[in-house]
Design a binder for this molecule. Structure first.
Ligand code: 6LW
Length: 504
């Protein structure tokens, strides 16, 4: 999805590839900050910094302590933390999210430095509904707007809500799921931006405007102002947007979208990704430009940094912020301090089918990629896995001088291949290869080939699996693939993990 900037530079959408949905963005001076949903993973709410809205570097995760995020042990996949709004107001950053695994609890966090530390949560028992937004009017009143679309005034310092929530808009008549509201004062109007149509192929963005933050709101005659429903476009499910103005006065929209692959119906495997689109204003309504090509907001930067470190030697005293684990990550089960320069995992569950499996992974961010890791399985079983949830994962596991490839798809679990290997540390591999040319209408989106390194340095593939079964269209839910290391029994150590993007 690359396009040409008028200045001759090539830029690429998505700007945050891989499982980075529900983006919310704000600007402070020349710096932009962006937050995404994290669902059942810990740490939660990845935070990114950019100078141009195109190149983003992860600066942390807002919810990185159990006092901020403690998910129930049985929190389902795609439960947990939904849809942040990130704002800067009165010298502080404000972040509001919903923990759907805690009685639909809305939680507010603040920080003076977006890289952290973020505060412990301020609870909002009087705010009901997902996708909370924060906006302050000229008098300093804080308006909290949630999916539906409902609104209530709050004290963001205490979490107190004033009065019952009011419905301020229902979106386009007949359209489902009016959600993801964001409210802005722009010029003479208050704009209420929402997503509607559901987060699947029908997704879109609509807008209304009014003279006060509480409405009444007049819908834009051009709604939806963005949708790819029914379009022959490589980016689908476009919606859940947020607006930001660049220092030069230009406007931009961040939004989520997906890139389905294969034949019909099209499978997306990376989850919902963050895209960028230019916005202009006509008759005081926002008009969204083409998603591809995308032009970067000035000042043009700047060298792109790697989205995440592609190789990790586990030489730092803490895990880098790209690493996430389902539900929790205690030092008791996951540490870089036990064996210097290695990541050590102590098993809890007996396989990745278990809710308490010990797994540390990073988002798959490229349609094609090559992953290698060096495991020492002398004291246990473990391996390299591609995970969507407990019921959808493929892995290669090392145990007692043997490796095996395992596939879990829905209720079915099967050992696809196994073979002996010499005892001792060994390199496990997975190559994800996107389908370039369809064989027929039923072609899958990609293949995943699992293998081991031989003593002569070559790799032998043990099993190649169709990637459609690790897609959202098959598994359901709101996340995307995460690739990483796990322990299934005893203790396993990993010396390094290498992720090589292979997209053109
Ligand atoms: C989120 C909702 C949505 O709360 O999906 O695409 C839900 N939009 O706004 C989970 O990400």
């Amino acid at each position: 999805m690359s396009g040409r900037h008028p200045a001759g530079r090539t830029v690429t959408n998505p700007v945050l590839p891989g499982f980075h949905p529900d983006p919310s963005v704000c600007r402070v001076g020349d710096d932009y900050y962006l937050a995404c949903s994290s669902f059942e993973y810990f740490p939660g709410i990845p935070l990114f910094h950019s100078r141009d809205l195109v190149h983003w570097t992860q600066i942390g995760n807002a919810l990185d302590r159990p006092s901020q995020l403690s998910l129930p042990a049985d929190a389902p996949a795609s439960g947990g933390i939904y849809a942040p709004t990130l704002r800067h107001h009165d010298g502080r950053f404000w972040l509001i999210v919903t923990n759907v695994s805690e009685g639909d609890g809305n939680l507010l966090f603040t920080a003076t430095d977006p890289a952290g530390p973020w505060s412990d949560p301020i609870r909002l028992p009087g705010v009901h509904g997902i996708d909370p937004d924060l906006a302050w009017d000229e008098e300093g009143t804080c308006w909290c707007t949630v999916a539906g679309v409902h609104q209530v005034r709050i004290d963001p310092h205490t979490g107190e809500a004033f009065g019952p929530a009011r419905r301020i808009w229902s979106g386009t008549p007949g359209a489902k799921a009016p959600e993801a509201p964001h409210l802005y004062r722009i010029g003479d109007y208050w704009y209420l931006l929402i997503a509607e149509g559901g987060t699947e192929r029908g997704h879109g963005v609509s807008v209304a405007r009014g003279r006060t933050p509480a409405g009444p709101f007049e819908p834009c005659p051009a709604n939806p102002i963005l949708t790819h429903r029914g379009l022959d476009h490589p980016i689908q499910n476009t919606g859940h947007a947020d607006l930001v103005q660049a220092p030069d006065g230009s406007w931009w929209m961040v939004l989520l979208g997906v890139r389905p692959g294969g034949g019909t119906p099209g499978w997306h495997v990376l989850g919902r990704e963050t895209f960028l689109a230019p916005v202009t204003w006509v008759d005081d309504w926002p008009v969204v430009g083409d998603l591809s090509p995308v032009m970067a907001a000035p000042p043009w930067p700047l060298q792109p940094g790697p989205v995440v470190p592609h190789r990790d030697d586990f030489d730092l005293s803490e895990l880098q912020p790209c690493w996430i684990s389902p539900r929790d990550r205690s030092a008791e089960h996951c540490t870089v301090k036990e064996r210097a320069g290695w990541l050590t995992l102590h098993a809890r569950g007996s396989s990745l089918d278990d809710l308490d499996a010990v797994f540390v992974g990073r988002r798959q961010q490229h349609l094609s990629c090559r992953v290698r890791t060096l495991i020492d399985p002398a004291e246990g079983h473990g391996g390299l896995a591609v995970r969507l949830d407990e019921e959808h994962h493929y892995e290669i596991e090392a145990r007692s001088a043997q490796v095996r490839v395992i596939a879990r798809i829905g209720p079915l679990r099967t050992v696809v291949a196994s073979r002996p290997v010499p005892a001792g540390p060994l390199v496990l591999s997975v190559d994800v290869t996107a389908t370039q040319r369809l064989r027929d209408a039923r072609s899958g989106p990609d293949t995943l080939s699992f293998g081991v390194e031989e003593p002569d340095g070559t790799f032998t593939v043990l099993g190649t699996l169709d990637g459609r079964y690790l897609s959202t269209e098959v598994a359901g839910g709101f996340t995307g693939r995460v690739i990483g290391m796990y322990a299934a029994a005893g203790t396993v150590h990993f010396d390094w993990f290498d992720y090589e993007p292979l997209d053109q």
